[in-house]
Structure formats: C-alpha cells, structure tokens
Design a binder for this molecule. Sequence first.
Ligand SMILES: NC(=O)c1ccc[n+]([C@@H]2O[C@H](COP(=O)([O-])OP(=O)(O)OC[C@H]3O[C@@H](n4cnc5c(N)ncnc54)[C@H](OP(=O)(O)O)[C@@H]3O)[C@@H](O)[C@H]2O)c1
Length: 299
Amino acid sequence: MRVLIGGGSGFVGQSLSQLLRKRGHKVTIISRKPGEQKITWVDVAKEGLPPCDAVVNLAGENVLNPLRRWTEEFKQEVTSSRIETTRTLRQAIAKSQSPPHSWVLVTGVGYYPPSPTKQYTEDSPGGDADFLSRLVKQWEDAAQLPPAGGKSATRLTKVRSGVVLGQSGGALPSMLWPFRFCLGGVLGSGKQPFPWIHIEDLCRLLCHAIEEEGVEGVLNAVSPSSARDTNADFTQALSKALGRPAMLFTPSFAVQLLLGSDRAPMLLEGQRVVPQRTLQTGFTFHYPDLDSALRDLVR
Ligand SMILES: NC(=O)c1ccc[n+]([C@@H]2O[C@H](COP(=O)([O-])OP(=O)(O)OC[C@H]3O[C@@H](n4cnc5c(N)ncnc54)[C@H](OP(=O)(O)O)[C@@H]3O)[C@@H](O)[C@H]2O)c1
C-alpha cells in the first residue's frame, strides 16, 4: 500500500514509517519543510492528495514543549497545528477521485475527563472537560467523513493514545537521566492514573487500522494494564528496570511552577482508560504491562 503520513517526521512517525516499510508499504511524509520522500502541507492544499491507499495524521505542536510558555499564542499553535492539518487532509480525501481505503487520526486519551476512579472505554462520554479534552473533540470532528449522510469509501479510525513510551522521543528519554542518578521519583501524589502504550504497540495498532478492512471508529491506544497503573506504579517499574532506587518526589507546586496551572494537570491528573474496542478488533499487545515495556525500553 502507499501510505501518506502527516507529521510523519516526528517521534511516532519515524517508528511508524520504519514498520510500514518493513511490512512492504511505501511511505510519503507531509511536512512543513520539503525534502526527500516528503511533500508539504501547501502541496496537499493546492494539488490534493497524491495517489495513496491510506492516510495517517500525526502532526501537532508538542503540548508539553518545555521551551514554550503557555501563552494564548502557543495554545493557538497547539490547536491549529492539529485541526488545520486534519481539515486539510479530510478535504483532500473528500475531493479525491480515488479516495484512500483508510484514514487514521491519532489523538489522545485527554478526551476523557481526568479522574482517579472513573474508568473509560471508547464509548465513554468526553470532549468537554478542559482545554485538552475540547481540543481532542474539535480535532476528531475535523476528521469526520462524509459531511452529511451517504457512506464514505474511506474508513476513519480515531486512535486515542496514552503517553507513548519509546527510546527515541516522547516523555521517557527525559525521565531516564534523573532515574539513572537516583534522582527519580513520583510526581505530586503519585496516585494519578498513568495511561500509556509502548511505541511498538502503537505503531502495530496503526498498521492494524490501515490494513484490516473491518477496523474503524474510536480505538483507545493504551496498554491493557493502564486502567490500574498510576504514576507511582510507573515510577516503581522504571526504578526496577534500571536497578536504581527512586526515593525522591516532585511536589505538585514544583510541577505547577515549571509548567503553569493549565499544563500541570496534564502530569498531575490522569484517566483510567481501557482498550475495550481495540481488543475486540482482534489486536493483541506485545507489551501489556509496565514491567515488560520498561524492561524492553531501558535494556
Ligand atoms: N508522544 C506521545 O506521548 C503522544 C501521546 C498522545 C497523543 N500523541 C499525538 O500523536 C501525534 C504524534 O506524536 P509525536 O510524539 O510523534 O509528535 P512530535 O514528534 O512532537 O511531532 C510530530 C510532527 O508534527 C509536526 N509539527 C510540529 N509542530 C507543528 C506545527 N506547529 N504545525 C504543523 N506541524 C507541526 C512536525 O513535523 P514537521 O516538522 O515535519 O512539519 C513533527 O514532526 C501528535 O499529534 C500528538 O499530539 C502523542
């Protein structure tokens, strides 16, 4: 298959491209900058989709970018980098003479309201709790095909991902060095749910959504143990995998000082999420629990 990936140059996109090529697919990336095996967003807006069988969107400014303050301008960039790119792809798919079979959008479990106790499946309501959950709602709406009535020739799968654990990007690499120097520890109370997925399982799930004809709708991309894992469980598992004690803790006020009161809840609160539909589609996880995932990632 020919797969077009918006934002495919980033952390998830690089792993996904590698896996797709290994499975015999051809990959073209859409980026803000031109380059080899790349086209730009301007090309797609002007000329429409190049011939392709599947489209994935991974584009988005990093919400937790520590170099950017949480200003109105940055919030706007976080929002528009996701919604505008998704809308550009949806419009190009809708206009295409030979539309792709599959359209996959990766969003986040931030759709569900943070809660230490409630458990969420793909059918749970959400999308109106806070900035992040409203963003996910708008982002998923921007992907919707067809506009009204009628059956689209393209299957849409919305993959709501937890924290992606991998060696080459995301949250894990920046957490490793404090743990290696025995400076690691829980964030805030440590009781907040920690929904997560191993990068390999996320990329396998995206391939599953691209390749399997019956797969569409919302899929939670979190490991099966995520529904019970907390930040303290993650801290303990990482400490065990590294063979280093984790005796310190970062108090909530320090996280708030660093990230501000709007972004700090993204680390100090969380959602208990179950991959119910994901498992019903026949997907199996290679890394279903923290110990197996972290053993693989820090070896
Ligand atoms: N990583 C996680 O833990 C996680 C968890 C849940 C959901 N997600 C979502 O999954 C998607 C992929 O995550 P990722 O970690 O691979 O992201 P990433 O590496 O931070 O970024 C992906 C790509 O987005 C493009 N991009 C960045 N800022 C942009 C902007 N202002 N306008 C347009 N494009 C921009 C960049 O491509 P170019 O520079 O080539 O344009 C970048 O390579 C994101 O939408 C993210 O929100 C990630």
